[in-house]
Every structure is written in C-alpha cells, then in structure tokens.
Design a protein around this ligand. Structure first.
Ligand SMILES: [Zn+2]
Length: 452
C-alpha cells in the first residue's frame, strides 16, 4: 500500500555520497558499499536547524549553510565529511533523551569542523601516496556540500585503507572537540551537561569488542580520561542553564515525526497522548491514521494541528502529502502551494508542490517548481526522477536524459549515468548549460571507467 511506505521521509536509493562514507566509518565497513539512505523531510530538517543554529553560530560556522541531515539507520552514530553537513543517524535521534544531548552531539561534530579536523583529513588524503580514486572521494565530499554542479564531481570511490581512516578521529581530536563543544553550548545558552550525559551513555563501551560497540564509539573514541576532562570543561562553564522551550519543542517534534513514520501506527496512537505539545500530538496521530489508510481521521488531525499553528508551512506540507497519497491531486496542490507561500525557499517543500502540480496535470508549472527545487538542492533524487518524467512528458527527451544521467551519477551508478549522458549530449543544443552538465556527467563516467 502506497501510504505504508516511508513516504515523504523518502528513501533516496543508494546515495553514493553516503554509501562511500559508510565504508569509511568503522562499523559500517563490515557491510561494504551498503547503501545508506537519507531521510529527507522538510519538517524534520527544519527542527534540526532550530536546534543547531545557535551552536553553529557559536562555532563561527556559516549557520545558514551547514545542514544537519538524517541517515536512516537505527544505530547510534553521527559524523561529518565536509564543512557543510552534519549527518545524524535516525537511531541517534531516537536514543538521546533530551534536546541538550542531541545538541551536544551537534556541538561536538561542529567542533570537528571548526577545529580543522576535516580540513586536515582532506589534506592528508591529498598527500596520500595511494591516491587512486582520491579525486572521487573529494568529488563526493564536494557533492555532499551541496554547491556547484552535482554530477561533475561525483564518482564512485574505492575502499582502500586510506579512506577507511578518513572518518575516525584521533583521541587528541576528540578531546579538542569536546572542549570546544562545551564552550559552543555554553555560549549558545544551552546546558553543556548534555555532553556528559552523552559520554555516560557510552561509558564502558570501550571495554567491549569493536563489533559490540556503537559505531559512534568507534569513530569517536571515548576514554575515562576524556570523560574526566569533559567533566572539568563542563564544570568550568558555571551554573546550570534551564532548558529552552523552543529547543524542547523542536526536539519533541523531530522525534515525534520520525517515530510516527518509523514505528507501527498502533505504537504512535498509544504513545501520542503523552506528548505535551498538542499540535505535535495531532501531527503524530495524523501520520499514524494516514498509514492506517484512514483518510478522514488523518485529515481531521492535520487540520486541527494547522488550526493551532496556521503559519506553519510543514503542517501544510504534511497535509499535501496525505492528500497526494490519497490521489486528491488538486487539493494536494493547494495545500502544497500554501506550504510554499509560507516557506518559499525550502527545496523539499518546493519538490512536494512540483509533484502535486504534475499529478494535477499542471505540467509547465510543475516543471518550473521542480527546477526551482533542484536549483536549491540537487541531492534530492526524487526531484531528479520527477523532473526526468516531466521533461519526457513535455517532449524534451534531451533534458529527460540529462536528469536521468544526473540521478544515476548521484547514486554512484556511473556506467548507467554515462549511457544517459551520451543520449543527452546528442539531443541538447551544443554549448548550452544543460549540454555542459551532460558533458560533466559523461566525463565523470569515463574517468570512472578508466580507473576501474
Ligand atoms: Zn568526535
């Protein structure tokens, strides 16, 4: 049944940026090239931004550019691969007990970025003798950063030992990241004791065999010395800081939405009444009823949530999703339009509207909206797929081939990407920007093939 999928928390198939990254960090090495899936949801990503923003600012990072993305994985892990993205496993979000613990994780990862640990690692890779495929890794990192052309720099990587060490931090880096994280938290008005709570959650794991440790423990080695040092930094930050109601709200909402899609609807319906924020409770119930195929109850709940927060774009976005999956195209498009009115720059919300417009038969408007979404975030494989379909329907086979090529490239399937890129190059006007994009994919694909 369509609505029983992880729907809008959509699975992006086999994103190579993540698959490769996955091979780099300890735990996931055991399942090489396993496809990691990003959970893309406008509401959840916005909530994580609310939680991360003050910390990123305190860290001196560009808070508007650094994004916190969720990887669908039930284990406890968080990692960074570049200067612009912090990856959190969904299992971590589910397992941390409070906003300040989650913020401690974000602060610690932000510190790895701010303290130059990523830059140093990229520098090491540059000078690594065994550098075959190195460009590929860097390209993937650049792609993950979300800037520039998507496919040009994307290529599949290898699993050499050089990469394997890429993501695990040294003990010195861990100590420095903890010290900075405690400061970032205190400067942001967030109680740094979340950091200690995080450490205590892992206490004793260093005694376990690697296979029994959480991947976070392996990529961020924890020792008694480190815990003691962190206790000192936290104590030095002074008095206890009361929780921020806005942070508590978004923490509850992020967790509530994740669990509403991940857990059985019966679980959500049983637990939702414990939720203190009425709109979050209604949102969780709306998702649960939707997944039970009870459209009337789902719509009643989301409408009640909207009545409580009429300016909230993400509730309209969810309403649009519910209507879409009930094949009520024009009502879905109307709800998504309202969401775009309220959050005109959100790529995921734009993607939702574009899909609804296409389903509603508004081909030109849908193409236009999806192109806007792609311009803001080329990593959304759904947008690339929908654009390819829309261009095909609009009798633009060259563009359809280009978007398909880019989608394959993003998934690391460079041989397939090359086939479609070649088709695009033949059909697109020579020298035009789309032709250039197709050339970029083609050369990435050819480079990949000579390398292997
Ligand atoms: Zn670390």
């Amino acid at each position: 049944m369509a609505i029983d999928r992880f729907s809008r928390l959509a699975s992006i198939p086999a994103l190579t940026i993540c698959a490769l990254i996955g091979t780099l960090i300890g735990g996931i090495m055991a399942r090489p090239a396993a496809a990691l899936t990003l959970l893309r949801d406008a509401d959840i990503e916005h909530g994580l931004t609310e939680l991360a923003f003050p910390i990123l600012r305190a860290a001196g990072l560009n808070a508007a550019r650094v994004r916190v993305l969720v990887v669908e994985d039930s284990s406890f892990n968080a990692f960074v691969v570049d200067h612009n993205t912090i990856f959190l496993h969904s299992g971590l979000i589910e397992k941390v007990g409070s906003a300040r613990m989650l913020q401690a994780v974000i602060a610690h990862e932000a510190a790895h970025i701010a303290n130059g640990h990523i830059a140093r690692r990229i520098g090491n890779l540059h000078s690594a003798r065994n550098a075959a495929g190195l460009g590929a890794v860097l390209g993937i990192i650049a792609a993950a950063a979300g800037g520039g052309q998507a496919a040009g720099g994307i290529a599949i990587g290898t699993q050499s030992a050089a990469y394997r060490t890429f993501l695990s931090h040294t003990r010195a880096e861990e100590a420095s990241a903890d010290r900075s994280a405690a400061s970032f938290l205190a400067w942001s008005g967030i109680d740094p004791r979340g950091l200690l709570e995080l450490h205590h959650a892992f206490e004793g794991q260093e005694l376990l065999s690697l296979a029994n440790q959480d991947p976070y423990m392996r990529s961020h080695p924890l020792t008694r010395d480190r815990i003691r040092a962190a206790e000192d930094y936290v104590a030095a930050q002074g008095d206890r800081i009361p929780p921020d109601p806005n942070h508590d709200y978004w923490f509850a909402r992020v967790r509530g939405k994740l669990s509403a899609f991940a857990r059985a609807p019966a679980w959500t319906l049983r637990r939702a009444p414990e939720e203190a924020h009425r709109d979050i409770r209604l949102m969780r119930e709306a998702v649960a009823w939707h997944r039970q195929a009870d459209r009337a109850r789902a719509l009643a709940r989301i409408d009640a949530a909207i009545a409580l927060r009429p300016e909230d774009p993400y509730y309209y976005d969810l309403k649009g999703q519910i209507l879409m999956e009930n094949r009520r195209w024009s009502e879905a498009a109307a709800a998504c339009e309202k969401a775009v009115d309220l959050a005109p720059r959100d790529a995921l919300i734009l993607g939702g509207l574009g899909r609804a417009q296409l389903a509603d038969g508004q081909l030109k408007a849908g193409l236009d909206t999806l192109e806007k979404a792609r311009a803001r975030d080329f990593r959304d494989a759904r947008v690339l797929r929908d654009l390819a379909l829309a261009y095909a329907r609009d009798n633009q086979p060259g563009m359809a081939a280009l978007l398909t090529a880019e989608r394959y490239a993003l998934a690391g399937q460079l041989a397939d990407a090359g086939i479609h890129a070649r088709r695009a190059v033949i059909r697109l006007p020579r020298g035009s920007p789309p032709w250039q994009r197709a050339q970029d994919v083609l050369s990435a694909s050819e480079k990949h093939q000579t390398r292997n």
